[in-house]
Design a protein around this ligand. Structure first.
Ligand SMILES: [Zn+2]
Length: 225
């Protein structure tokens, strides 16, 4: 899904060395608000709060760039030992209230957020265990619809499936075939260089190596030598 940008001019701290190690999920605690409505709200007036992204059932809007610090999980005391605004990306999901006054997310909103989280996990090499809730950082009941353990586990399962599925798609699309040493990714270069130097391949410009083959060669090189 396309990510729109409507960057705030005030609600963030610039940074030149931010490392994104966590993704923190929030809810807006509103009833039927939109990503654009939130982007407008945070756009040019200091709200002493923000997030990197707002997600609703129709779109994803980025308000603070990933490399800048959004103000989404700051607190006086923390329950999480490491996750802070300075090393995380904050994502707000627009919420709704049912007739009993309970907050919930529309399924499309959840789906859009999972797509976004998945992209960010890949982009910054963030493991699924580091996708956490505001609740896990400070103890605040946010995101309310995902506080219950089974609800959160359900979210993580969907995320895991999406992540695995999209990796398969990536391989299909790219069907990465490496033909010479220059095309081989860094992590496998030494190993393949050794093999080509030893004359293991008939034609060093037509290696026809897949990622799986690289993985096997590297593992053998590492453990068998
Ligand atoms: Zn929150």
């Amino acid at each position: 899904m396309e990510i729109k940008q409507y960057l705030t001019t005030v609600n963030f701290t610039p940074s030149t060395n931010k490392q994104n190690k966590y993704i923190v999920i929030h809810y807006t605690a509103n009833d039927g608000d939109t990503a654009q409505g939130n982007a407008n709200y945070f756009h040019s007036i200091n709200r002493n709060a923000s997030a990197n992204y707002f997600v609703d059932e129709n779109e994803i809007i980025q308000v603070v760039p990933d490399n800048y610090i959004a103000w989404h999980c700051g607190a006086k005391t923390y329950v999480h030992p490491y996750c802070r605004n300075t090393n995380s990306i904050g994502i707000e999901l627009c919420s709704r209230k049912d007739s009993n006054g309970n907050y919930y997310f529309k399924d499309e909103t959840v789906k859009n957020s999972i797509e976004l989280v998945c992209d960010l996990m890949k982009k910054y090499d963030i493991p699924i265990d580091n996708v956490i809730r505001h609740f896990d950082v400070t103890g605040k009941r946010c995101p309310e619809p995902l506080i219950e353990t089974t609800a959160w586990e359900g979210y993580k399962t969907r995320l895991k499936n999406e992540f695995l599925g999209s990796n398969l798609d990536d391989n299909k699309e790219g069907d990465n075939l490496y033909q010479n040493i220059n095309e081989v990714p860094e992590w496998a270069k030494n190993t393949i260089k050794k093999l080509t130097d030893k004359g293991c391949f008939g034609n060093v410009n037509k290696l026809n190596l897949t990622d799986e083959m690289l993985r096997v060669f590297v593992i053998m090189d590492r453990y068998i030598g």
